[in-house]
Design a protein around this ligand. Structure first.
Ligand code: NDP
Length: 269
């Protein structure tokens, strides 16, 4: 459930997981009017819906709607996965952060302990990833946002978990990072947040949570500066696998599904 949602690859991913695990499911993208989330969820439950993913702009409403939450969702203040079992409390989780970690560690071999991490953005996606990133023991983490107040509020929410600070995008400089995570929606406007060139340590990895055309400007920015850069398609598949696991109790294999999506992406170019 989201708005907009037509671009979502989640139906393809979950159908692939279902085929792989011998399950018969229906997973559809539902366009929910802004202000209509609670009604849409009740309708879905009444029709027998057993679980859903929630995306922009409803993750905070989903958090409120959940009657029980995982610790990571509780901390994030945002829910992207709801488990709906008849007669049981609505359970909310946030699989974005673990999805990012699995992609970084499993697919790209990135070790976060002792590294300096810069996260750009303080929206719903940043909420989901900051806690899990901090739990990996980075030496420093800075969250920088166009609206500095949102970064400050977010950093204070996660302060107990590790060495996190906040800044405005325009106040960056004088410090270098080993991992730069773009969690802004700038790519949707074909833009890249304005960053000082000296922000990246030698060999620093640049990771955009966005994928497809929305990731292209940031990936081009990073590669033009000689840095490795990856998009968020792997995270999308990994967070979906976590949701599937919550609903079905089986962890699907992500690699063939990611390869299928990369292949389809290459065919579109
Ligand atoms: P939100 O709308 O909640 O937040 C958007 C953030 O981007 C805000 O911090 C906003 O700053 C910032 N921003 C928007 N435009 C610009 C700009 N032109 N320059 C600088 N900063 C800007 O979106 P989400 O956090 O939910 O999503 C962010 C991105 O992450 C999206 O591209 C989304 O597709 C992706 N995503 C990917 C996932 C995956 O599995 N791969 C999962 C979840 C999200 P301000 O506060 O100043 O408005």
């Amino acid at each position: 459930m989201g708005n907009p949602v037509a671009h979502s690859l989640s139906p393809v991913i979950h159908q692939a997981f279902a085929a792989q695990t011998g399950a018969v499911i229906r997973y559809e993208a539902v366009l929910v009017p802004v202000g209509g989330f609670d009604i849409a969820l009740e309708r879905f439950r009444a029709r027998g819906g057993r679980g859903c993913n929630v995306t922009v702009p409803f993750k905070e409403q989903a958090w409120q709607r959940a009657e029980r939450r995982s610790e990571r969702a509780q901390c994030a203040g945002a829910v992207n996965t709801l488990v709906l079992v008849p007669g049981q409390a609505v359970f909310g989780d946030n699989t974005d952060g673990v999805g990012l970690l699995r992609d970084l560690a499993g697919n790209h071999g990135v070790e976060l302990a002792g590294r300096r991490v810069l996260v750009l953005g303080a929206g719903g996606a940043a909420r989901g990833i900051l806690g899990p990133l901090l739990e990996q023991g980075p030496a420093a983490m800075l969250v920088a946002n166009r609206s500095p107040g949102r970064a400050v509020a977010l950093a204070s929410r996660f302060a107990a978990l590790g060495p996190i600070r906040a800044s405005g995008l325009d106040a960056l400089g004088g410090e270098r990072f080993d991992l730069l995570v773009n969690a802004t929606a700038a790519g949707l406007q074909a833009a890249v947040p304005a960053l000082p060139d000296a922000i990246l340590a030698p060999g620093a990895l640049c990771y955009d949570l966005a994928y497809g055309a929305a990731a292209a400007p940031f990936l081009a920015w990073a590669r033009a500066r000689g840095h490795p850069a990856v998009d968020g398609l792997g995270m999308l598949v990994e967070q979906a696998a976590e949701s599937f696991m919550l609903w079905r109790g089986i962890r699907p294999s992500t690699r063939p599904v990611l390869e299928q999506l990369r292949h389809a992406e290459a065919g579109r170019r």
